[in-house]
Design a protein around this ligand. Structure first.
Ligand code: ADP
Length: 506
């Protein structure tokens, strides 16, 4: 089976890159837009302040006595050299603003009758203002309409055909058209004042700023995408390696392992877990094939015995005694196969987590005592003395499986004992555990063999093994005990005997 491999330009990398790019572009666009809007707002705030200030100057010039006052009636021009009297006093705020003194006294004229030039000449404040503006190369212009929409005043820099504001709900306001920023105000006396400024240069510089922001933002986006691509590549590299390794394992090479990435992070944790899983998988596969080979080997012997005896019996006419012997040999071989298949079945159940039987509260001492009784004939046959010290203890478990544990341990203690030996069975209570212990005075177990004792089909000495032993008894025992949440401990002295202690929670 072939697993699909993540290609270098696989979708995950592109998806990450796409989302990263989108996010970055959004952030940059938001930043650029905000900074452009702030720049624009600050420009307008400055210009609007200038326009309002300029408008106030124009109003003050038109109505030195206040905007609510109608312009004074036109006086006849004084004769040359006539004494015009003292100059009119400045209003207090004008004085405090340090504005220049008002123009030399001129005979006031109604605005309708003033010529534009005349108005401008009468307007030193405007002239001063205009000089300042000239210095800044930003010219403010003003237009004044009379009550009959007649233009009373229009500065040179004003548009040739200025657009008169329409009297709406607002008495004053700002507007923008054709690169012009304008402030208008309708006076109570009926005039409409428009003050404006040509903002072409300002808009051009705003546009320039927008382009610079766009260019810088684009460059930052490109750099960000490149860095993102590098980071994503670095992060995904172990995943690609994992994918390649998993693909090789899926193809059958179970020895493959993923190289550990440097540093400690989520990926290295994943690699560690995967490598452990692959190791267990490999061990499990090896055990599985070893198990199959061992099981076949164990079955082959009794099958061969049956075939040989059957062939011999059928080869020629035999006496009834010979037939009986052949049948007895076939029966023994069949019994051995039966035991073997039962053991294999028990192992399968153990592998499935010890399922196959309900769990109840069991009296361990009773189960152990019953098993001891069953094995008495075998012990007698082999001249082994059985002793017991059974304290009443309970545990939750499957009685049949627990009986099998007792049986396997006792049978081994009897079979791997010397004639005249002794086997002692005990049940007792330890803090948190109910224990069954089986002690024998047999040959003991070599310390080198102890680690392999619970392996399937392991026998210390195959030639000396008792007839039915296939090396599965202790593997089944350990499986059952583990399925019950317990453990087995062995203390053994070669030539002196062994002690098997089963501890079960209870
Ligand atoms: P078997 O069915 O061959 O007895 P087991 O799994 O029960 O298989 O035992 C595995 C091996 O452990 C046995 O072959 C034997 O060599 C050794 N063994 C088990 N119990 C004892 C014991 N009480 N004393 C000495 N050796 C033992």
């Amino acid at each position: 089976m072939k697993l699909p491999r993540i290609r270098l330009n696989g979708s995950l990398r592109w998806q990450l890159q796409l989302w990263h790019g989108l996010l970055l572009a959004l952030v940059l666009a938001g930043f650029a837009w905000t900074s452009w809007r702030l720049q624009r707002a600050s420009l307008f705030a400055r210009v609007d302040q200038e326009l309002e200030h300029h408008a106030q100057l124009v109003i003050r010039e038109l109505h030195p006595h206040g905007p609510n006052q109608s312009p004074p009636p036109r006086q006849p021009p004084p004769p040359d050299g006539a004494d015009l009297g003292p100059p009119p006093e400045l209003p207090p705020d004008q004085e405090s603003a340090g504005l220049p003194a008002p123009p030399p006294p001129q005979p006031p004229q109604p605005p309708e009758q003033m010529e534009e030039a005349q108005l401008e000449n009468l307007n030193p404040l405007l002239a001063k203002e205009r000089d300042d503006q000239d210095l800044r190369k930003n010219f403010l212009y003003e237009v004044v309409w009379g009550p009959l929409e007649r233009i009373l005043l229009r500065s040179d820099s004003a548009p040739k055909s200025p657009l008169q504001p329409t009297a709406g709900s607002a008495r004053s306001g700002f507007r923008i058209h054709d690169n012009l920023r304008e402030y208008f105000e309708f006076l109570p006396s009926g005039e409409c004042i428009l003050v404006g400024k040509e903002m072409g240069d300002d808009f051009a510089s705003l546009n320039r700023a927008a382009w610079i922001l766009f260019a810088v933002g684009g460059a930052v986006l490109l750099i960000g995408l490149f860095i993102g691509w590098m980071i994503t590549s670095g992060l995904l590299r172990p995943l690609i390696t994992i994918n390649h390794t998993a693909a090789k394992i899926a193809e059958g090479d179970l020895s493959q392992r993923i190289p550990m990435p440097s540093g400690e992070n989520e990926i290295s944790g994943l690699v560690r877990v995967l490598n452990q899983t692959f190791s267990r998988l490999e061990t499990s596969f090896e055990r599985q094939s070893q198990f199959t080979a061992d099981a076949s080997h164990e079955l082959r012997t009794p099958i061969s015995v049956i075939i040989t005896h059957a062939q011999n019996a059928l080869a020629r006419e035999r006496s009834s005694e010979e037939y009986r012997e052949s049948l007895a040999a076939c029966h023994r071989a069949a019994k051995r196969m039966q035991q073997l298949t039962e053991s294999l079945l028990a192992l399968v159940r153990v592998d499935q987590g010890g399922r196959g039987g309900e769990r109840i509260t069991c009296r361990l001492d009773q189960i152990a005592g019953d098993t001891l009784e069953l094995l008495k004939p075998l012990a007698d046959e082999l001249h082994i003395t059985l002793e017991s010290d059974l304290k009443p203890v309970t545990c939750t478990g499957n009685p049949a499986q627990l009986a099998q544990v007792c049986n396997n341990l006792l049978e081994n203690a009897i079979r791997y004992n010397a004639s005249g030996g002794r086997v002692t069975l005990r049940t007792s209570r330890e803090p948190g555990f109910s224990t069954i212990s089986v002690e024998d005075t047999g040959r003991g177990i070599d310390p080198d063999d102890l680690p392999h004792l619970f392996e399937r089909f392991f026998r210390v000495d195959k030639s000396r093994s008792h007839g039915s032993g296939a090396g599965l008894g202790l593997a089944i025992t350990e499986g059952i005990v583990k399925a019950h949440g317990g453990k087995i401990e062995i203390i053994s002295q070669l030539g002196e005997g062994s002690l098997f202690i089963v501890k079960l929670p209870g």
